[in-house]
Each structure stands twice: as C-alpha cells, then as structure tokens.
Design a protein around this ligand. Structure first.
Ligand code: AMP
Ligand code: MG
Length: 427
C-alpha cells in the first residue's frame, strides 16, 4: 500500500473534531489537502510499449539514437550538390539513379549529375540539397532546375529531430499515442511504468438493488457504482468492485476492511451525512482518520476524505449527480496524483455566454450541468442541461460541461458570461 503513515493533524482540520466544526472548506482548500496527502504508487512494472498506453512512465527515456539516423530527404525530388544549383537561369543535371526510402543509391554522384530521391531516403554522399520534384522539368534523362534554391534545402540533418542522449519522455508522463509513437521511433519496445493504482468501490444503502432484480417499494437501482466504475476505468486504474453494502455499522466496517486490504484507495457513495443510517463518516472517525467531510460546493457538500488502514478514502455523497461532481472535482485529481501524473490534466475552463436563467443562492461553489457549443464567431455559448436536482442523472447525461458558479454568485440572467468546464471525455 502506498499511503504514508502520518495522521491528519487535528489542529489543521476544522472538520475532524466530533461535531464536525462549523466552517465549510472551500473546494480549493479541500483539493490542496487531498493532494498534500497523496503519495504516488511506488511499484514499477516493465510492459510492452502498446500496453503502456494510459500508464504513467516511471523512468525517463533518453534517446539512444540520432533521429534521423542518416542525412535524408524531406521531399520527393532530386538530390544534387549545391555547387550545381544555377545562380540564375536554369541548369540541366543528368539523372544517374534513384535513392528510395530504405534503399539508398549506392553509386557516385559527380558534378553535373543528380539522383531521383524519395521522402525519407538517404542522401547520396556528394549531394547536399534536394530540389522538390514540383520545381523540376524533365528533359530526357536530365532534370532541369530553376534558380532560387539554397544549399541544404529539403534535407534533414542527422539528429535534427533528436540527438542521442536527449530526453524523449520525462518520468511522470501519462503516456498517450504520441508518446508511444515517439518511443517506437527510438526503437524502445518496453518501458518502465508505475503500477496501476487499485481502487475499491462500494455503495452503501439498504434501498439499493443490483441490476436485473425487481424493485420492491422504496428500492432503487445502484447506479453510482456503474458511473464510478466508468470514470475510474477511464482514468486507467484497476477497479475492485465490492458491490453494495447494507446500512449497518458491521457490514459497513467489514466492507471498509475488505477494501483497505486490497486497494490503494477506496471510493464509496452514500452514507456520509448525519442520518441514522449514515455509518461511513462515523467509521472513518472511529477506525480511520478523517481529513474533512464538508466542502462548500453544490451539489456534494458532505464528502469525506481520509485514511482507512493503508488506503486513501473518499466517501462521496449518495445522490448520483453529487457523486459524479465530487468525483470529478476531487477524486479525479487525486487519482492522477496516485498514478504519479499530477499534471496530466490541467483544468480546461472556457468563458461562455449563458443562454438560460440559472437559479443560485450565494454561499457555495456550484457545478450546474450545461450544454455548451461553439458559435460561428468562435465564442462559446452554454445553456442549462435541464433540471438541476442532485438526483437527476438525466441532466448529467445530457450535459457536456459543468457551469461553474462562484461561491458568492446569485442568480444568473440570460446573456451573462459564465465559466464552463467541459467534461473532457470523463463523465
Ligand atoms: P445518502 O447519501 O446515503 O443519504 O443518499 C442520498 C440519496 O442518494 C438517497 O436518495 C439514496 O437513495 C441515493 N443513493 C445513494 N446511493 C446510491 C447509489 N449507489 N445509486 C443511486 N442512488 C443512490
Ligand atoms: Mg444512504
């Protein structure tokens, strides 16, 4: 397990005392605390290049080769010596052969001669310039070149893209297809990556039923576990699904213990308020450590962060929209930190003109669900995705962004400028 051993200092923690303090934490304070606690997974694995997609590089890769390894042509055209380029008028150079990509021209090239050359092909020794084929007129076995070419044009020098020993990909990089291509271009077939974090999830609630079972009065389907499984999978962690847990102290404690025994982090939903059936925060208080459990955001005010055993713990609210909002804002950056890729997703925020009237009470930072689009002018416009209730998954499903309304903000009138955070493929 990767969690360090120190407890949260109570003095710094207005929310950890019994009674849970009065002040709500601001989201940025809460996030800073989470990120201040997380230590990345330390274990390394060496994997095949393709299997490294979405993984975090553990050891920097420096190039062991020059790229390109040979002087080569950047164009299809004719390779010649700059000494034969005409200063004015034209010059006819005799074509003595062809240099193909992967099949260099082996013969000599003398003054007054040139070689047909393809993009990526090695430049014959006595040549230093490539004239694009579009700038050449063929006359029999000669290429007629116009004036205006400079020595060295359209030639890629050895090591021009990367010198031997240069840093190719830094440790801590979340590997995307571009990095896989780059590493392959250097001949690197296996890379050292950090182990994928193991994240255990469970839902709490007597009312929850798994899919496929009929619902008795008052029961609902356990939707959070599916949404959380989705976002965690997209982040590239190993998800351990521990199902849903009844609202008893014993069952909840057992689930905590099972989760902590196998996972680096635990993400639960429900049971974090102060209702009689809410055991999560209480168990965290008694058997783990609580970092905070109230953050001034809407939806999602009660959210628990802490430690249980060796695992980090995130207790998300039960309402499905609240669970996704708090996941997006707090757990996502924590997962990236746990992966060792804290800088992988800098937040993308856009300014947009709001077409809808939005209701908002000052006091909490709000994440309303919106649908944004780009206008022909290039500016962005956003409208409400519909009913904003914390349980209304339809508006979350229809949305493509959060409309972020600051703490002190009141109602928003149509035509106002607002800040928008695109889901960026996660929700
Ligand atoms: P709680 O935070 O446990 O008080 O739950 C708040 C609301 O979210 C209640 O209406 C729950 O029924 C609902 N809820 C809790 N967990 C889930 C879940 N896993 N899937 C769907 N709804 C849930
Ligand atoms: Mg509940």
């Amino acid at each position: 397990m990767t969690a360090t051993d120190h407890a949260f200092p109570a003095a710094q923690d207005p929310c950890s005392a019994p009674g849970h303090g009065a002040r709500l934490l601001r989201l940025d304070e809460a996030l800073a605390r989470v990120l201040g606690e997380i230590v990345p997974v330390a274990d390394l694995e060496t994997v095949e290049l393709r299997a490294a997609l979405g993984r975090v590089l553990a050891v920097a890769v420096h190039s062991e080769v020059e790229v390109p390894a040979h002087r080569s042509s950047a164009m299809d055209g004719y390779a010649c010596s700059a000494l034969d380029l005409p200063g004015s008028g034209t010059a006819a150079l005799h074509i003595v052969g062809t240099s193909w990509a992967g099949r260099p021209y082996a013969g000599a090239v003398n003054r007054g001669q040139c070689v047909r050359i393809m993009t990526g092909a090695v430049l014959p020794e006595a040549t230093d310039t490539v004239v694009m084929q579009e700038h050449v007129r063929l006359e029999g076995t000669s290429a007629v070149i116009e004036a205006g070419y400079r020595a060295g044009q359209n030639v890629r020098a050895v090591g021009e893209d990367m010198r031997r020993g240069a840093l190719a990909v830094a440790a801590g990089t979340l590997l995307r297809p571009a990095q896989l291509g780059l590493l392959a271009s250097l001949g690197v077939g296996r890379v050292a990556v950090r182990r994928r974090p193991r994240v255990a999830i469970f839902s709490t609630g007597d009312e929850l039923r798994p899919l496929g079972e009929p619902l008795a009065p008052g029961q609902i389907y356990d939707s959070n576990r599916h949404a959380l499984h989705g976002v965690l999978t997209r982040l590239g962690v190993e998800v351990i699904d521990l199902g849903n847990v009844a609202d008893t102290r014993e069952d909840t404690l057992r689930a905590f213990e099972a989760a902590a025994a196998q996972a680096d982090a635990i993400v639960t939903s429900g049971g974090v308020s102060v209702g009689d059936a809410d055991h999560v925060t209480d168990i965290l208080h008694r058997h783990g450590q609580v970092g905070f459990w109230k953050v001034a955001i809407k939806p999602g005010k009660p959210i628990a962060f802490g430690r249980f055993g060796g695992a980090y713990f995130f207790g998300l609210p039960g309402n499905p929209v609240s669970a996704l909002v708090t996941f997006y804002q707090l757990v996502q950056p924590a997962v990236r930190a746990l992966q060792g890729a804290a800088d992988a997703d800098p937040p993308i925020l856009l300014r947009a003109t709001c077409e809808s009237r939005l209701r908002k009470q000052p006091g909490r930072l709000e994440f309303q669900r919106g649908i944004f689009s780009r206008l022909p002018s290039g500016a962005y416009s956003v409208r409400s995705a519909g009913h904003q209730g914390a349980a209304t998954l339809l508006s979350m499903s229809d949305a493509n962004c959060f409309i972020i309304l600051p703490l002190e903000q009141g109602d928003v009138e149509p035509g106002s400028e607002v800040e928008v955070q695109p889901f960026a493929g996660l929700c």
